[in-house]
Ligand binder design. Structure first.
Ligand code: SF4
Ligand code: SF4
Length: 140
């Protein structure tokens, strides 16, 4: 039985905290095809989107920062929310967060949307984890 057998509560309150102060080792990497999704939402070509909003990190495509914040953060809002990368939309259900101690420290300790909102069942959480497996990262 996993520690989150009875599910976990979460609802993003859109405070923008996880999109701010993205210096150091905080990166949002794109998966293959996510550049096209973003370009389509922004109504620009894929080449223009990549030139304007992406940077290479270790050979992979990563969202550019504006100062210390994600380039797509405006106030506390993500301006590409429906087309945001899976790395953003799958938070906080990342494989590395699915250890109880880490969940308490990194999710409950830092995200005001944790322990509130709606209950994600174990099956839903495992579905989100599964969607992140075996995906190819977009190269740069
Ligand atoms: S820190 Fe949590 S509540 Fe705030 S924007 Fe990020 S996911 Fe949403
Ligand atoms: S793409 Fe949107 S959700 Fe993801 S880090 Fe940037 S502002 Fe936040």
């Amino acid at each position: 039985m996993v520690w989150y057998e009875n599910g976990l509560w979460f609802s993003c309150v859109k405070c923008g905290a996880c999109c701010r102060d993205r210096g150091g080792e905080k990166y949002v990497f794109l998966l293959e095809g996510e550049d096209e999704k973003l370009a389509s939402m922004l109504r620009i070509s894929v080449d223009d989107m990549r030139a304007k909003y992406l940077v290479p990190v270790g050979g992979y495509a990563c969202l550019r920062n504006k100062g210390e914040d994600c380039v797509f953060l405006s106030g506390s809002e993500c301006i590409v929310y429906p087309a945001r990368p899976l790395q953003c939309s799958s938070w906080p259900f990342w494989p590395e967060n699915m250890r109880r101690k880490r969940w308490i420290a990194e999710v409950e300790g830092k995200c005001p949307g944790a322990v509130k909102g709606r209950l994600f069942s174990r099956e839903e959480i495992e579905g989100i984890l599964e969607r992140q497996r075996g995906k190819d990262m977009a190269g740069f």
